[in-house]
Design a protein around this ligand. Structure first.
Ligand SMILES: [Zn+2]
Length: 259
């Protein structure tokens, strides 16, 4: 099996493309070159690639969708040919396949960032989201709300992927180390928010009543919000978007008064 190196970015301002993949589970998937597996299917089926969807060939073949990416990725043409399975064996023999492979994975990630904010890409991500494949929010009071992958930058090499919770509107690091080297730009800063604008029915609408916000207590008495160790999250967690939220606020106010 040919050695295919995962995109490993330093997440420092200076990008380095490591050829080491010792942080990852050994990939049992055969090389698409020898097994005639489409490169995109091979890429998305590898361990740690569960967040990705398969970008349609016609999206990639439309060069308008790739505008500017030739400046962001070395060996752009060779990488693009590899992604679309148009690689010429004679040409590839002359190149370092490890470098072309790494470029192809970065290029695919940047194309993926653009694809998942199209109608088809959003639909494919919605199917994944519904199955909970991206995981759940680790915050106790979010009660296992499904999260979405997101980036804190649209530029490759800046930040690794994070998970956005639509209930508490916060970001979390993936729990598994196999995602730690997935670049956040492969999902981008726009995706999770456009996703819930497009599919409002999938938004939990902050289903957790505000009254369930964690309240620190000492011997049963609430810790004062003026204390240095007192609660800071009440107002951050409150939303007045509909009548149910207003009711929740009233409940909290009445609870405060009773205390
Ligand atoms: Zn949450």
């Amino acid at each position: 099996m040919s050695v295919r190196n995962i995109v490993t970015l330093s997440h420092n301002p200076a990008i380095t493309y490591s050829t080491k993949d010792d942080d990852f589970i050994e990939d049992p998937t055969p090389s698409p070159v020898t097994e005639n597996v489409p490169w995109i299917s091979w890429f998305c089926s590898r361990p740690g690639r569960e967040y990705f969807v398969e970008v349609r060939d016609d999206f990639i073949e439309d060069l308008f969708n790739l505008t500017g990416l030739n400046l962001a990725v070395p060996f752009y043409n060779e990488a693009l040919d590899l992604i679309l399975d148009r690689n010429n064996p004679e040409t590839l023999k002359k190149l370092d396949m490890g470098v072309v492979e790494t470029s192809a994975q970065i290029l695919y990630g940047l194309i993926h960032q653009r694809y998942i904010i199209t109608r088809m890409g959003l639909h494919q991500m919605a199917e994944k989201y519904s199955t909970g494949i991206f995981g759940c929010c680790p915050r106790v009071n979010c009660c296992y709300t499904h999260v979405l992958p997101a980036g804190r930058s649209d530029v490759v090499g800046r930040m690794p992927v994070v998970l956005f919770c639509p209930n508490c509107l916060d970001l979390y690091a993936p729990s598994s180390s196999k995602y730690k080297n997935i670049d956040g730009s492969f999902f981008g800063t726009t995706f999770p928010h456009l996703f819930f604008e497009t599919y409002p029915e999938l938004n939990p609408k902050r289903a957790i009543p505000c009254g369930n916000i964690y309240q620190p207590r000492i011997y049963g008495f609430k810790v004062s919000e003026f204390s240095k160790t007192g609660p800071r999250m009440q107002w951050l967690r409150m939303y007045l978007t509909d009548s149910s939220d207003s009711d929740s606020e009233s409940e909290i106010e009445s609870e405060s008064e009773s205390d």
